[in-house]
Design a protein around this ligand. Structure first.
Ligand code: NAP
Ligand code: F7E
Length: 347
């Protein structure tokens, strides 16, 4: 018999890939969506039409992670076999500007889901979108499931509350609730104010003559970047395990923002060279002499994580995790998509 999944954050990057995966597996899909002044369902519109054409269930329900009554109403109605909590204020930089809202949604949101599951639908399995931000700065040492947490942003502090609440409800009430501690994962569907997408979109727009320069913050931050489309498969695998547990998901390789810019620029047809230092550093196209990249201190954060590094060994052994898309291929996929969106053929 087909299973039923409820997804919060279904309109986001990860939600949109997860829904495609679960529909392929024959799931009935329900998604929680916020009321917005304009529809923002571009990432799932096509999938929804395809599901309708095949007669597959794909229903959206208004609700908000900040609104407990909407959550319990939807859980009581859907009684999902699996609940994927991908919703939330996901921008670390913005969490310094909106710390209270971030806590309300990212920390207390999962508490509301767990309370509803406990009372209404205790056999529902819950996946919580935890984050590598929990680890803070590990000095370049690869973090695994045993590494202590040291959050460095309101976002990370909220995610830490959520993480431990999931563990606590598992241990106290026997719920099947798991944390996927995912390192950064990107795609052509990534929000435009995350650094990877900002770079690929910016380079494509410069190439198309729509913009002059790309303004960035800390070029030397390093991240373990993987491909979102691959990572959602792991969310599903985590919920198929007999026992609920917590897993680090990452590629095991870290690269700098600077390297990302260099790869993206090359793909867009530029030959980038760096000059100067600090806020005066610029990236110049050696062929034309044009400045393509400038530093804007507005994008520096009050507290930065200089390097994230991961040891995804447990997921490798238990979930058969073996990432296929590595850094250069990820940049290529994103750059190609953004160039093609602007009508520029890219190979
Ligand atoms: P995203 O693209 O920013 O999507 C976030 C989703 O959450 C959107 O659907 C958004 O709805 C929804 N949302 C925001 N506030 C909400 C609220 N108050 N109530 C209900 N829904 C709300 O994020 P993502 O990259 O897909 O990430 C998915 C989850 O994984 C997030 O929780 C994020 O913090 C976490 N995470 C992401 C990464 C990563 O690298 N991508 C790594 C680790 C963890 P709207 O469309 O209406 O804005
Ligand atoms: O920043 C630096 C910035 O905003 C990456 C979220 O999905 O992954 C994501 O959080 C790095 C940081 O992602 C700009 O300072 C430089 O060091 O793309 P980001 P993030 O903060 O790593 C984690 C795992 C999550 O859980 C989050 O939900 O890039 N950086 N210049 C910049 N960052 C941005 N956004 N914009 C810049 O102009």
């Amino acid at each position: 018999m087909s299973k039923t999944a409820l997804i919060t954050g279904i309109t986001g990057q990860d939600g949109s890939y997860l829904v495609e995966l679960l529909l392929d597996k024959g799931y009935h899909i329900h998604g929680l969506v916020r009321r917005t002044s304009q529809f923002n369902r571009e990432r799932i519109d096509q999938t929804r039409s395809q599901a309708a054409a095949k007669g597959q269930t794909f229903e959206l329900h208004y609700g908000d992670l900040a609104d407990a009554s909407s959550i319990s109403r939807v859980i009581a109605k859907v009684r999902p076999d699996e609940l994927y909590n991908l919703g939330g204020q996901s921008h670390v930089g913005v969490s310094f500007e909106e710390p209270e809202y971030t806590a309300l949604v990212d920390a207390l949101g999962v508490l509301r889901l767990l309370e509803s599951i406990k009372h209404i639908s205790p056999t529902t399995r819950l996946y919580q979108a935890s984050s590598s931000e929990l680890f803070g700065s590990t000095g370049g040492r690869p973090a695994n499931e045993q590494t202590p947490f040291r959050p460095r942003s309101p976002y990370a502090a909220a995610k830490q509350y959520a993480y431990w609440t999931v563990v606590n409800y598992r241990e106290s009430y026997g719920l099947h609730a798991s944390n996927g501690i995912l390192f950064n994962h990107e795609s052509p569907r990534r929000g435009e104010n995350f650094v990877t997408r900002k770079i690929t979109l910016g380079m494509a727009r410069i190439r198309a003559g729509l913009e002059q320069t790309l303004r960035l913050g800390n070029l030397d931050a390093r991240r373990d970047w993987g491909y979102a489309k691959e990572y959602v498969e792991l969310m599903w695998r985590i919920l198929q395990q007999q026992a609920a547990d917590d897993y680090v998901i990452a590629t095991g390789e870290s690269h700098s923002v600077r390297e990302f810019v260099e790869h993206a620029a090359r793909f867009a047809g530029f030959d980038l060279t760096w000059e100067g230092s600090g806020v005066h550093e610029v990236g110049r196209d050696a062929k034309s002499g044009r400045v393509l990249v400038q530093i804007d201190p507005r994008y520096y954060r009050p507290a930065e994580i200089d390097v994230t590094a991961a040891d995804p060994g447990k997921a490798g052994a238990k979930l058969n995790w073996n990432p296929q898309v590595r850094f250069p291929e990820l940049v290529r996929i994103m750059m190609k998509a953004d160039l093609e969106r602007l009508g520029i053929r890219a190979d």
